[in-house]
Structure formats: structure tokens, C-alpha cells
Design a protein around this ligand. Sequence first.
Ligand SMILES: [Zn+2]
Length: 260
Amino acid sequence: MSESTERFVIEIGSGTVAHIIDMDAGALEDDDRFSLSPSAPGEKMCSRSSRHPRYRRVPLSEFVTQNEIDKEGFEGDAPGEICSYCWSNTRDALADEQERADDDVSERIGTIGYRLRWKQKGRARDEWYDIVVGPETTMAELDRLVCRFTTLDDFHLRMYGLEDEYLDSSINMLPDHQYEQAGDRSDTKASEMTVGEVAERGALWEGDRLSLVYDFGTPSHYYCIVKEVYEPDELDGVLDDIDVIASTETAAIVREKRPQ
Ligand SMILES: [Zn+2]
């Protein structure tokens, strides 16, 4: 069981099954403040029995190990040792929380900035460049900064893609000069596509990647990993506080590791 092991404990009372206690819940509630009897910590996940401060409480992970329960998280039916009401309530509560967290993330994508660590495939340890971009940064600006360390110029055909897209991009974006020469209706000019739009398409978040392939005859492959996500108000601070190595209007190379 993963991170929920810290949060949930098992309370072993007088009944035949043990109950689940959410130690994060109830911490801010002070209903019991005026009560003279001591209360047990956390909140029980069902209302099937009463609690007592003297009942034994063990971390979920310990209980699982002791009872040789074969479960990964709160999935499926409750194991025989644990109250099935507690089990399904916990499972539902965690699913709701996950859904709310996902909604929150998808609402923010398109308004946030990123620190993108660019590396060349095969030599990722020797050399990398961190570029901070905002949602309004155009792909042309990003491309201009990438060109600084890749020695790419207008003569190199190149293509940006989501995640592991290689020689086949769903972004359909071309550097402006290439668009003038070779673009068709399905393509967008780099100066007319923002990082925010690309982020929305790829639901870009920490740990995700973008790719860059160039010289299609003998293709070279760069990629970047999202190292950090910045809220809009954080972003200005990041770009103002750091001695940037190179910058455009809304983006900058902020750190680099170069080969010795
Ligand atoms: Zn219960």
C-alpha cells in the first residue's frame, strides 16, 4: 500500500473486525473541546460502533503485513479482518479526492509556466539546458532558445512533438520560415502557437516530455522533461530573480550544464 499508509490507521476494538481511522480528518474540528472525556484521534470511516481512546491503533501497513493481507491500496472488497463499511467508504473518499485533484490540474494547465530541461538523446548526463517558459510564450520563442544550444538554424528542418512522438508529431507546428516554404493547411506557424496551447493538448505536467527531431535524413533527437510547474504569479519572480543565460520576451534559459 502506498502513501495512504501514513494517513490511515487500523483501530482494533472489541468487535470482530477492525475499523479504519483517517488520521488527517477531524484534526481541525474542535467539537470535543468542551468534552471532559478524552477522545480518540482521527475519524472512523464508518458509524458502526463506538470508539474508545484505549483501543489499540496500528498503522495500516503494519496491520496489512501482520495479517498477510494481499492488497494494493483500497481496491476490491475488504479483507476479512477489516470492516467492509470502513473499507468501501475509504475507497470512495480516496477516489473523490483523486478526481478533485485531477480536475484542479486540468483547470490549471494552459495558465501555468514550466521549467523544461532540454537534453540530447544519448548524452543527457553531459549536457542540459533549463528553459523557463510561460503559457503565452510562443513556440517560436522556445525554438529560438533551443537553437542557441543545438546549433540549429533556418536550414535545418525540425519538428516538435508531444512525449515520445518521433518523426510524427501531433502538434503540427512548423518554424515560421519552414511554414512559408512547406507548410500546408494542417500546420500552424510557431509564432502563432503558444506553449499554453501545446500544454493543453498534451496535458503537460511535471515529469512529462516534449520532443524535438531535426535533420530527418539522419535524425537527431532532443527532448525535454518538465522539471517544474509555475503558477502565473511565481513565473515573473523566477524570470526576474535569476541571471538568465539568454532570453526572449517571455522565456529564458536559466541554467545549463555544458560539457567540460
Ligand atoms: Zn468500520
